[in-house]
Design a binder for this molecule. Structure first.
Ligand code: GLU
Length: 441
């Protein structure tokens, strides 16, 4: 907690970093600033969504160690007495990155790229578009791509029921709880699915999918109808951000390479035809859904989410987009504007004439930049002693590249005749074996 608070830069002067509730208070504050915004309308083409209560407004964050912060606007409660951050809504298109993850996990990237690309389309989510030469949908975030990916789950011979059950169970693992599938919303979407049926027929005509169009859309629409809260979405986002480890259960639910692929596609295509503007102004890989949810992932840091049902002309939640813009600005979350890192991996270098040792004290996170700084310091410094001590007591973390650089460098120094002693109480350098074993630690 203290660590997160230290890292959170709140530019809002009236906010002081003083107590536990500060992050939820802050979330409340930015929601209040957008509460009067009544622009947009609920998704009109699905009756269950058109008639939904447009008022609930909630935001949540989840850290990679599973701490969830959420806020409901002014503690608003719906008719059933449920606060907005506990209100369930259908996941809709936010299911797309996760079903893409499941398909990647089941079939691997080489099989996936045969049927779906990874370029932004710049088009609306339900556009009838396929890639000119291959007839593949251009990416898995538009409906054509998502219907195709849905069809890969559980193999092409699967029944709709088994396929949906597999997706549902994966979503449960991601959220860390049993989620409900809202049959009513699925049925109401099926009643107005001409567009998605047209997409499925087109995909079938090019042999991209095999199932009957009706079954393919039915299966896809059910995946969209799983109910979540903002808190679930934040946890699911944190699972992607951590590289595939669910923060509440500690279980690895997807490979690191899968989480990387999914977030990359979200970054370029997650916000439909507003994806480019979104990346420039918010800078967080994200996915929105027409029920009003927005999911964001900050790789290596956080999962974020918001819920407010009124949508803009791109199908993105109006208040959700504003909240993400504020979060990104106030908390310095834009991916392309990170704080400079690894500058101070070398805390000090001292020549100890009593012990005839050169002592190098390291600190912080050792990654490529941290490793580079260490070796530059060593090469620029004329070492006075043949005994070298690397003191890693104040190191907070070592990533695979940093670990490799440290181990290789130490080996090289030993070959050059240096007697190297390492003080590494946390055992960071031993991570080498885990990294080599591909544990993706
Ligand atoms: N089920 C919705 C559809 O296919 C999802 C669209 C969205 O959330 O953007 O139209």
């Amino acid at each position: 907690m203290t660590d997160l608070l230290n890292r959170v830069q709140l530019n809002t002067p009236e906010h002081k970093l003083v107590k536990e509730g500060i992050i939820s208070d802050y979330l409340n504050h930015i929601m209040k600033d957008n509460a009067d915004n009544s622009e947009g309308q609920t998704a009109q083409y699905i009756s269950a969504l058109r008639d939904a209560d447009p008022e609930p407004f909630a935001t949540a964050l989840c850290t990679l160690d599973g701490r969830i912060y959420s806020a409901a606007l002014g503690g608003t409660f719906n008719d059933a007495g449920v606060a907005a951050d506990q209100v369930e809504f259908t996941i809709q298109s936010i299911s797309k990155p996760f079903v893409y993850a499941l398909a990647l996990q089941e079939h691997g990237i080489d099989e996936l790229v045969k049927v779906v690309g990874m370029e932004p389309s710049g088009e609306a989510f339900n556009e009838l578009s396929l890639e000119g030469d291959t007839n593949r949908p251009v990416n898995p975030m538009i409906n054509a791509g998502a219907i195709t990916v849905n069809q890969l789950i559980n193999g092409s011979e699967s029944t709709v029921e088994d396929r949906v059950a597999k997706i549902h169970s994966f979503m449960n693992q991601l959220a860390g709880r049993e989620l409900t599938l809202d049959k009513k919303t699925a049925e109401s979407e099926m009643e107005s699915s001409d567009r998605n049926l047209a997409l499925a027929h087109m995909l079938r005509s090019y042999h991209i999918i095999q199932d009957q169009a009706e079954d393919a859309v039915n299966s896809y629409v059910q995946q969209c109808s799983i109910l979540v809260t903002v808190r679930d979405l934040a946890v699911m986002g944190a699972t992607l951000a951590s590289g595939g480890v669910q923060p509440l259960t500690g279980r690895r639910v997807m490979d690191q390479s899968v989480a990387r692929q999914v977030q990359s596609v979200m970054a370029s295509a997650g916000m439909y035809n507003a994806a480019g503007r979104w990346m420039a102004s918010v800078g967080i890989p994200a996915k929105s859904g027409v029920a009003g949810g927005v999911l964001g992932t900050l790789p290596g840091q956080l999962g974020l989410s918001s819920f407010s049902p009124k949508l803009d002309e791109h199908g993105n939640s109006v208040r959700g987009v504003r909240v993400f813009q504020r979060l990104s600005n106030d908390m310095g979350l834009h991916l392309m504007a990170p704080d400079p890192r690894g500058r101070a991996s070398v805390r000090s270098l001292t020549e100890d004439s009593h012990t005839d040792e050169t002592i190098v004290r390291l600190q912080g996170d050792i990654d490529f930049i941290g490793g580079e700084r260490l070796y530059r310091t060593l090469s620029e410094h004329e070492l006075k002693h043949k005994k070298l001590v690397f003191d890693m007591t104040r190191v907070d973390g070592v990533n695979p590249v940093g670990c490799r650089m440290l181990n290789n460098g130490i080996e090289q120094l030993r070959e050059e005749g240096y007697e190297v002693r390492i003080e590494d109480p946390e055992g960071w350098l031993k991570l080498k074996d885990a990294y080599l074993a591909g544990d993706g630690v």
